[in-house]
Design a binder for this molecule. Structure first.
Ligand SMILES: Nc1ncnc2c1ncn2[C@@H]1O[C@H](COP(=O)(O)OP(=O)(O)OP(=O)(O)O)[C@@H](O)[C@H]1O
Length: 297
């Protein structure tokens, strides 16, 4: 379990992270989402003891990272896959990390196999693509057989096949009771992988919940035989209504449950052609909406 409580980081007059709190439970994959500069890396660096917080605390399995006896056996971390030593081979990289962690050398080859890099084991990391470095970074993070994984932008540079592979690996890890947090600035990149989302914008948490909860938060899509009459009826019933966009053929997005919308329409005798929870496009809108800075909103 990961617990972040009231974390704040200031750099001079810049507040990179402000009063951030969330938890990540075992058996789940949490996406830590936000646009560039939102404060994701700073939060993950504080969580892993690399950046001291200005205030607040972060703990992994109940302890601060610095207080873990052999942290690599508890938590696997990948913060910057591109920063790996270019002159070492993939295998040498893992052998070195295995000896630092005190795990058997055989783990290095096992992990190369697990991330699909056995064929490139003897190639220098400098010749690896970014996607291959991400795989190597994940192999390093898994070396100590940790219960917790913290990955900063692991999908960056991966092709769709790589993202699908990583999804399977992380879902297996979580299914065995592991705790995973991974950051991304692209919702679409992680949407199919994560169970929960913590969304950060301008250093503050702007949404936190399961994907289902956040989807439900994007409202109900409704389409009627008489669009103008339906809109008037819903507005008169006190519901917030807006057009759902050109691609939805006169549909409306309503900030209410499907039942509330259905009842209001029925009371006004409006005939409905479609009534459903607003879908993934709504989540994308929600993401932009949530992460827009007040000045841009
Ligand atoms: N060492 C530092 N000194 C000064 N400002 C910093 C430092 N590190 C981060 N910042 C600032 O803190 C803010 C948050 O940065 P951070 O790297 O955490 O964002 P991010 O969400 O990880 O973005 P990205 O996806 O671009 O990595 C930014 O405004 C950044 O310029």
């Amino acid at each position: 379990m990961i617990t972040v409580e009231n974390l704040t980081k200031r750099y001079g007059s810049t507040t990179a992270v402000e009063d951030v709190s969330f938890t990540v439970q075992p058996g789940s994959i949490t996406g830590f989402l936000g646009p560039n500069g939102a404060g994701k890396s700073t939060t993950l660096r504080m969580l892993t003891g690399l950046t001291p917080p200005s205030s607040g605390t972060a703990s992994i399995t109940g302890k601060r990272y610095a207080d873990l006896l052999n942290p690599g056996r508890v938590v696997g971390v990948m913060l910057d896959a591109a920063a790996q030593h270019p002159g070492r081979t993939g295998r040498e990289t893992l052998l070195l990390n295995a000896s630092l962690l005190g795990v058997p050398k055989t783990r290095a080859d096992e992990m190369l196999e697990a991330v699909g890099l056995s064929h490139a084991a003897k190639r220098r990391v400098g010749q690896y693509s970014l996607g291959m470095r991400q795989r190597l970074g994940i192999a390093s993070a898994l070396l100590g057989d940790p219960a917790v994984l913290i990955l900063d932008e692991p999908a960056n540079g991966m092709d769709p096949e790589g993202i699908r592979w990583m999804r399977g690996l992380l879902q297996d890890f979580a299914a065995r009771g592991g705790t995973v947090i991974l950051s991304s600035h692209l919702l679409g990149e992680v949407q199919a992988t994560v169970d929960r989302l913590v969304v950060i914008g301008g250093g503050r948490i702007v949404a936190n919940g399961s994907l289902d909860e956040l989807l439900a938060g994007s409202g109900t899509l409704v389409r009627g035989l008489d669009p103008a009459g339906l809109r008037e009826a819903l507005t008169l019933a006190g519901l917030q209504v807006e057009p759902a966009g050109d691609s939805h053929g006169g549909a409306l997005r309503v900030d209410a449950t499907a039942e509330q919308v259905g009842r209001a329409a029925a009371a006004a005798g409006q005939i409905l052609l479609e009534l459903r929870q607003s879908d993934g496009a709504g989540l994308e809108d929600l993401f932009f909406q949530l992460t827009a800075t007040p000045a841009a909103a």
